[in-house]
Design a binder for this molecule. Structure first.
Ligand code: AMP
Length: 521
């Protein structure tokens, strides 16, 4: 079940640090991520992405946008960039004010606050998400659970709202909240987008942006933070057409892995494998829109370096699913810290539009052949920070004989595409190398330059931050106008004409050629 994992499974050999700790330390040292406001001690659950983390994030977001938004034509997907501050009424209507809560328990001795369900999971290995507070209190009492930090007695379990409030305007101001998900802007702007784009159902609205949750106990680095980036799509569908996705044929044969409710009831953990079409024939997924996204996500996460057999889609159990939902399927990735949700796929029905209509008094229905229709909604909701950690862990390599650990990032998301280096710190090699670096950058290729240390050390440093290619300017360059490209993964080298470099690096980036094509040519 979700969130569980053999606590020691990720300890490697004689190493005293867990895999998670090793990767997290590297991510800090190599400039991927640091605690926010660190010089003042920071606030738990808030992080800044450093130079490499920012590039990794931008590349990931760009890849997502291309795959899930820009290339989509039928249905089309429009974009939105909404406010992160939402009024009280909006979040009352969406249900967040009343039910966006987590169960908490506090230590009566040291006053530490904890998530009650996490405490039970960690101490007893029981998965209790969605259980009412009284049940959780009973489990804590029956099992004599105490504070994991000081052994103190624990309070009753209560619920805590996860939204962060802000005061807008002077003199006390109007109470508002930082948005807990990007979706609500989309629902409130639905009619505006539909009218301004003259959109017909079905169509989607996507938004990439920050969301905020006042997590009780942020933990596991980027996996549970208080400020994070979501990439969400709300797909609006005519209720009578929920069974027809116009482009379903494109994905129907894609294999997907699903952990069904029946399997979870039996305690099974190995998902079933079906094609997208079979998932509908066997009534595993509720509609072709859900199957379409799950199939696309299966392709997408593999392209980020997460192996096919390391993730699946878990049908959430009834107690974990909102009452209005037509089915929720979480993409869970196997990590050294357990199975973790990184995407939530939800069939939200017309719940959000309906409630915003009711509360605001505004008509958010669309007219189809003279009939007023409130669309149904299927939503894939992607978390960026969790995906970043999954990429770091699944692309991390050690003990492969090179003597250093490295990241095997897929070319299209690697923070730096190539590194240009003079073989030694001598002229004219340095000047040629720097000019080559400038030419590549002027041509829109995200490359870096390094002339410090031995060539071996520089190759190692490049591997350590996952740079796919090193371009070395050597003694042949001034004479024969050639440069040597080194491939990170195979460590093979290819000699190419310097004048072809921009084109070659561009083709390696787009995948039009493979590195081996250069070696054999
Ligand atoms: P949810 O609305 O809870 O289904 O969340 C959608 C996605 O947002 C999740 O699959 C995560 O990838 C991401 N997410 C939610 N909460 C957090 C958090 N506290 N820290 C990092 N990512 C989160």
């Amino acid at each position: 079940m979700a969130g569980k994992g053999n606590k020691n499974a990720h300890r490697k050999g004689k190493e005293s640090k867990t895999l998670f700790e090793r990767i997290w330390t590297l991510a800090n040292h190599r400039g991927f991520v640091f605690p926010s406001a660190e010089i003042y001690g920071g606030i738990s659950g808030l992080y800044d992405l450093g130079p490499l983390g920012t590039k990794l994030k931008n590349n990931l977001v760009q890849a997502w946008r291309e795959f899930f938004v820009l290339k989509e034509t039928n249905p089309p997907v429009y974009e939105l960039d909404g406010s992160t501050i939402l009024p009280y009424e909006a979040l009352k209507a969406s249900g967040h004010l009343d039910s966006f809560t987590d169960p908490t328990v506090s230590c009566l001795k040291c006053k530490k606050w904890m998530r009650a369900d996490h405490l039970i999971e960690d101490s007893l290995g029981l998965y209790v998400e969605g259980m009412p507070p009284e049940e959780l209190t009973r489990i804590i009492r029956e099992n004599n659970l105490v504070c994991p930090d000081c052994g103190g007695e624990l309070s009753e379990v209560t619920v805590f709202n996860l939204m962060l409030s802000v005061k807008v305007g002077p003199a006390g101001g109007q109470t508002a909240f930082l948005r807990p998900e990007t979706a609500q802007d989309i629902f409130m702007d639905f009619k505006r987008v539909q009218q301004s784009m003259r959109a017909k159902l079905p169509f989607g609205i996507a938004q990439i942006g920050k969301s905020y949750r006042n997590e009780i106990s942020p933990r596991q680095g980027l996996m549970r933070v208080r400020e994070f980036t979501q990439m969400e799509i709300e797909m609006f569908i005519h209720p009578k057409e929920i069974g027809n996705h116009p482009s379903f044929d494109k994905v129907k044969d894609i294999k997907i892995r699903i952990l069904t409710r029946e399997q979870q009831e039996k305690g099974e953990t190995e998902p079933v494998e079906v094609t997208a079409q079979e998932s509908l024939d066997k009534k595993i997924l509720p509609n072709p829109y859900m199957a379409y996204y799950i199939a696309k996500e299966t392709i997408f996460y593999q392209s980020l370096g997460i192996p096919y057999d390391k993730f699946h889609f878990r049908h959430m159990m009834p107690e974990e699913t909102p009452f209005y939902s037509g089915g929720n399927f979480d993409l869970e990735v196997e990590l050294s810290i357990g199975r973790k949700e990184i995407v939530g796929n939800a069939y939200r029905t017309n719940y959000d539009l309906f409630n915003h209509m009711k509360k605001s008094g505004k008509d958010l229905s669309v007219s189809v052949d003279g009939e007023k229709v409130i669309p149904e909604v299927v939503e894939p909701s992607f978390g960026v920070e969790r995906a970043i950690y999954c990429i770091l862990e699944h692309c991390y390599r050690e003990d492969d004989g090179r003597g250093w650990s490295w990241f095997k990032f897929p070319i299209k998301i690697a923070p730096i595409l190539a590194l240009v280096l003079p073989l030694v710190r001598r002229e004219p090699l340095m000047e040629i190398a720097f000019k080559t670096y400038q030419t590549l950058r002027e041509n829109g290729l995200d490359v870096d330059y390094d002339d410090r240390g031995s060539i071996g050390k520089r190759y190692a440093r490049a591997d350590e931050i996952g740079i796919p290619f090193c371009i070395t300017i050597d003694y042949d360059t001034p004479k024969a106008n050639t440069v040597t490209i080194r491939d990170r993964d195979s460590r093979k080298q290819a000699v190419v004409n310097k004048d072809d470099l921009v084109e070659i690096i561009r083709k390696l980036y787009t995948g039009t050629i493979k590195f081996d094509d250069l070696v054999s040519s």
